[in-house]
Design a protein around this ligand. Structure first.
Ligand code: ATP
Ligand code: MG
Ligand code: MG
Ligand code: MG
Length: 565
């Protein structure tokens, strides 16, 4: 590629609304441009890296025996009604009507459509196992799109779905995908950890997230340095064995909260003077539109979240569903045990040891409409709130727990027959009887990977790409390309030779001043740079610099090709 024929558009400063390094650098380096909240143009430079991620994912999926298909972004509501997700999924699912007033969705994931394919096409056990995957645009109307492509609304996901005869076979498909994900993230050159993840309503213990380790990650991972125990903190908190929870000595009180729509309303309703003695955690529930508010005494190490701040939260208070409460607190809502919780803490990730109230409510379930559960906790028993603290014993008994942050870039999930039953998707087994498919689903956040890779690889000058996904692997920077015949000849020759060897090379023939040219390529993060100038050429030398090197090294012009290969 010749830079003069390509499109390079770098910025000195990142737009003011960019929050984290990867987002700032992707904008500055001209990888992406924002179109709307969570919706981006992939500019030519960024698209090159994106395509490389896609092809690594594709190669490894193919190698694993998965079969590529493409399912439509626009999907009819009917299929989504069969599983109950058209109504059940909440506002993340983008719904719309066509000109005939028929309902459609834009796929946030594709279990329904792929299960429909399976029930139409996979008639006999002889057709199994099968694993269909696609690399396709998804849309999720995220409550808080942020961090650039990391939490977009429109994004690219690789989603795969396995169909098996038996749970045992489905386990093999799962293991195959788990191993494939390890290969993919190894090839991408990322530092990651596979962690046990929550299986939500589906249950079972077969769900792992692949988390790229980064301080800016939105997830917290609990792990044991002395063993291979690792879990998403959500899971570690949610799965405290019931036996470890002290029995509830006080039943949960159900209170009516007419007119309570926001957390500020609730605070007013409960008439709690939270400025004085109580700090609060606002916990977002796992299910869309749900939240649990946890008010915590002020004498613990929590980030300050004063009443004024809480009052500023305009989010509707739909709070936790009974299922969520059950799961979080390990009991039926009438007899909540002292508590752990499920969800994402917005205000602070530290779970306090002492809570005054735990409140949950639900809008959908008529049993519960307009009601909140308030458990007035007395101190000694509340001290047993389940949470994970650094230094706690690891559940495998092999050491102490540590916590680090991660970015969820992949997720493998055993689904069982949840979808095949809901959609009555069956195959004829060897005994001639119809059986429901045993399924698994496996996602990779293809666009998110680029953000995650940058969060792990940058310095004050810009990005530092691993060779596997750099937009260009080698950049030739001729100093005086438009003025010096010798420089032009040497640069063109090297460019031709590298191209002939299949190296992904760009020659910067734009005629930029050296300072600006180097700054661009440091920002863009091309791993290998060759600088060719008159001064060096007189001594038969060019300069090589890896993006991680602090200085360039002189290399004999005749040896640079071998040096790069
Ligand atoms: P998160 O917890 O970050 O919201 P998720 O658990 O909802 O992710 P999955 O349903 O497991 O996501 O989807 C598979 C993968 O798609 C995730 O592991 C993640 O890498 C990616 N992904 C999910 N949501 C987004 C998003 N809004 N923007 C970019 N990538 C995403
Ligand atoms: Mg999500
Ligand atoms: Mg998640
Ligand atoms: Mg997930």
């Amino acid at each position: 590629m010749r830079a003069s024929q390509f499109f390079i558009s770098t910025l000195k400063e990142a737009p003011a609304d960019a929050d984290i390094v990867s987002q700032k650098l992707m904008l500055r380096a001209g990888f992406i441009r924002k179109v709307a909240a969570g919706v981006y143009n992939w500019m030519p430079m960024g698209l090159r890296s994106l395509r490389k991620v896609e092809s690594i994912v594709r190669e490894e999926m193919n190698r694993a025996g998965a079969i590529e298909i493409v399912m439509p972004m626009v999907q009819p509501a009917g299929l989504w009604q069969e599983t109950g997700r058209f109504d059940g999924m909440g506002p993340e699912l983008l719904r719309f009507k066509d000109r005939h007033e028929r309902d459609f969705v834009i796929q946030p994931t594709s279990e329904e459509v792929v299960t429909d394919i399976a029930r139409n096409e996979l008639r006999s056990y002889r057709a199994l196992p099968k694993n269909f995957y696609q690399i396709q645009t998804k849309f999720r109307d995220e409550r808080r799109p942020r961090f650039g492509v990391m939490r977009g609304r429109e994004f690219t996901m690789k989603d795969a779905y396995s169909f098996d005869r038996s749970a045992e076979d489905a386990g093999k498909s799962y293991d195959n995908m788990y191993a494939t994900y390890c290969r993919i993230f190894d090839r991408l050159g990322l530092t990651y950890r596979a962690v046990a993840a929550d299986t939500g309503a589906i249950g079972g213990d077969r769900s792992h997230e692949f988390q790229v380790i980064a301080d800016t990650g939105e997830d917290a991972i609990v792990y044991c340095p002395a063993s291979d125990y690792a879990a998403n903190i959500e899971l570690a908190e949610a799965v405290a064995p019931a036996g470890e929870r002290p029995a509830a000595s006080q039943p949960l009180t159900k209170v009516h909260t007419p007119g309570v729509k926001t957390i500020a309303d609730l605070v007013r309703f409960l008439n709690i003077d939270i400025t004085a003695t109580v700090k609060a955690l606002v916990v977002e529930g796992e299910e869309e539109g749900s939240a649990v508010l946890m008010l915590v005494r002020g004498d613990h190490e929590l980030n300050e979240l004063k009443a004024e701040k809480i009052a500023g939260i305009k989010r509707p208070l739909t709070m936790a569903t009974p299922a969520l409460i059950n799961k979080a607190f390990g009991a039926n809502p009438g007899s909540l045990g002292p508590v752990g919780f499920k969800g994402r803490i917005i205000a602070d990730r530290t779970v306090a040891k002492m809570a005054d109230f735990v409140i949950g409510a639900n809008e959908d379930d008529q049993h519960y409409t307009g009601a909140n559960f308030v458990r007035d906790c007395v101190e000694p028993e509340v001290a047993d709130i389940r949470n994970v603290v650094v230094g706690d014993a690891s559940p495998d008994g092999k050491g102490e727990l540590a916590i680090q942050r991660g970015i969820e870039v992949g997720h493998v999930f055993y689904l069982g027959t949840k979808y095949s039953q809901a959609m009555d998707a069956t195959f004829l087994d060897e005994d001639g009887k119809p059986k429901h498919f045993e399924m698994g689903c496996y996602g990779i956040g293809v666009t998110r990977i680029l953000g995650a890779a940058i969060e792990q690889n940058f310095d004050d000058k810009g990005m530092i790409w691993p060779d596997s996904i750099a937009p260009f692997n080698v950049v030739i920077c001729p100093v005086g390309y438009d003025r010096s015949e010798a420089v032009k000849a040497a640069a063109d020759q090297l460019y031709g030779e590298l191209q002939a060897k299949g190296v992904d090379v760009i020659i910067d023939d734009r005629g930029e001043r050296p300072g600006a040219m180097f700054a661009d390529w440091e920002l863009i993060g091309a791993p290998h740079r060759v600088t060719i100038g008159d001064r060096g050429l007189k001594e038969g030398k060019v300069e090589y610099q890896h993006r991680r090197d602090s200085e360039a090294t002189a290399v004999a012009a005749g040896e640079i090709l071998a040096h790069l290969l």
